[in-house]
Design a binder for this molecule. Structure first.
Ligand code: URP
Ligand code: ZN
Ligand code: ZN
Ligand code: ZN
Length: 475
């Protein structure tokens, strides 16, 4: 059925204006004044913002990690995302050494199809450098609609790949239109510091942070950026947490490298002291890279505002405190790494960012949705309110006050890392391709309604302004 969203304030990354939005056949058909259609259902959005649905470019649903599996799967995780105003997630598909990339994607399709309530895409991990992998990568880009590839520079002996793998992935991505993503921490040095801490009897959650200092994130970020320049390729650094890493990204961009970065809500509002909480509570805040000293928060906000960081991902990777985080009770290195943020990413950025005057409402839409759509080949289908775009829309109350709590969240996890945080703003109604997934704050979607999104290749035209590259391998 057709819908008209009436009298809302339409917000995009460039404009704000009062208008009606006509939706038909899952798409935005028209935007204008006084649109009427006797066959359309009218949704009154007076006093509310009408914004593109959030795009979360960083989730881990139904992912095996640290001897267990994340608490949220594609069903519970996507329901929580939708309730929080996110209408697209891009999830990380893990690969297994010695097996084809295609087989990994098949596994991730099996986890997600029939379950997701909103649309979703995949990034694909590259774990090893060999002929088969680099023969298959172009095929994955052309045929599978998966165009972004993730390298872990940390988690030694588990997910970590070496620099040769990173470099060859960058070269292959450059040749075939992929975007390379890195978890940038120096895993070898972290491994040494971790073993040393445990030998010295330091087993508490805080040692998770102390064995992964920010210098090791800065070093890995700079290394990845330089290898990107050498390969004349493009890089997206996930979950940037600190000054040391932001400086490397900013410097790379000044030099004209195609280097992009994401931070996460947790790094904007929490700090390292949370890991010191007594009775093992610190384990609730164990993820990688770790929470940092509070002074880094301002650096991250400034980078979001200046454009040195482009996006915000939740890095949603939820583990229950009871039974899962507890696996590391006597050894911090055995605490499964990750936290639950897919539901709160949108509203926390709005409240802490827009309401506190740190970013503009346009910056907000850009960071929460538009930039991710552009970087990952989904724009303008996703990421904006425009005729022809999918009707992925959040009707958002920018004034309601509320408190984040495990009591009210939809994530399938027994704690909130943001428990008690007072925020302003809440999604009232959320549409996924024109269909209600949230109506008057209640989830009304259906598992299986979310579709797999084939992402387009990395679009150089969107980033022409990044200028000249060293391009040592050009040709
Ligand atoms: O601790 C985290 N972030 N867990 C998820 C995996 C990753 O590194 O993104
Ligand atoms: Zn990571
Ligand atoms: Zn992650
Ligand atoms: Zn509910």
């Amino acid at each position: 059925m057709k819908k008209i969203i009436k009298n809302g304030t339409v917000v995009t990354s460039t404009d704000v204006y009062t208008a009606d939005v006509l939706i038909e056949d899952e798409k935005i058909q028209a935007i204008g004044q006084n649109i009427s259609d006797i066959y359309a259902e009218v949704i009154d959005a007076s006093g509310y913002y009408v914004m593109p649905g959030g795009i979360d470019p960083h989730t881990h649903m139904d992912m095996p990690f640290g001897g267990t599996v994340t608490a949220d799967d594609f069903e519970t995780g996507s329901i929580a995302a939708a309730c929080g105003g996110t209408t697209t997630i891009i999830d990380f598909c893990l690969t297994e050494k010695g097996k084809s990339l295609k087989s990994a994607l098949e596994k991730w399709h099996a986890k997600s199809s029939g379950k997701a309530v909103i649309d979703y895409g995949f990034h694909l991990q590259i774990a090893e450098a060999n002929e088969e992998v680099f023969m298959e990568m172009p095929q994955i880009i052309e045929e599978e609609g998966v165009t972004s590839f993730k390298i872990f520079m940390a988690y030694k002996d588990v997910l970590q790949a070496d620099d040769e793998t990173l470099f060859q992935t960058l070269v292959t991505a450059r040749e075939h239109g992929g975007l390379v993503m890195v978890h940038a921490e120096n895993g070898d040095v972290i491994n040494y510091l971790t073993e040393k801490a445990l030998k010295e009897g330091n087993t508490e959650p805080i040692y998770h942070a102390l064995t992964r200092p920010p210098e090791l994130e800065g070093e890995a970020t700079g290394r990845a950026a330089r290898l990107t320049a050498l390969a004349d390729s493009q890089l997206y650094v996930v979950h940037v947490t600190c000054k040391e890493a932001v400086e490397q990204i900013a410097e790379a961009r000044r030099r004209g490298y195609r280097v992009f970065g994401e931070t996460c809500p947790q790094y904007l509002v929490l700090d390292q002291t949370y890991l010191e909480r007594p009775d093992f509570e610190g384990a609730k805040y164990v993820w990688s890279p770790p929470l940092r000293e509070r002074s880094n928060q301002e650096v991250l906000w400034n980078a979001l505002k200046s454009g040195d960081l482009q996006a915000i991902g939740s890095d949603h990777c939820s583990f229950n405190f009871r039974g899962q985080k507890e696996l590391g009770k006597n050894d911090f290195s055995k605490i499964p790494n990750g936290g639950p943020f897919v539901e709160d990413r949108f509203s926390v950025l709005f409240s802490e960012g827009v309401k506190k005057g740190r970013i503009s409402i346009h910056d907000f839409v850009n960071i929460i949705s538009t930039q991710a759509a552009k970087l990952f080949g989904l724009f303008p289908r996703k990421g904006t309110i425009a005729p022809g775009s999918d009707a992925d829309i959040v009707i958002f109350d920018p004034n309601v006050e509320r408190i984040i709590s495990v009591e009210t969240h939809h994530m399938n996890v027994d704690y909130s890392a943001l428990e008690g945080l007072k925020i302003i703003g809440e999604p009232i109604t959320v549409l996924s391709r024109g269909n209600y997934v949230v109506k008057d704050k209640e989830f009304v979607g259906k598992p299986g309604k979310g579709k797999f999104l084939k992402c387009n290749k990395f679009n150089h035209d969107l980033y022409k302004e990044t200028g000249q590259l060293e391009g040592l391998l050009k040709g």
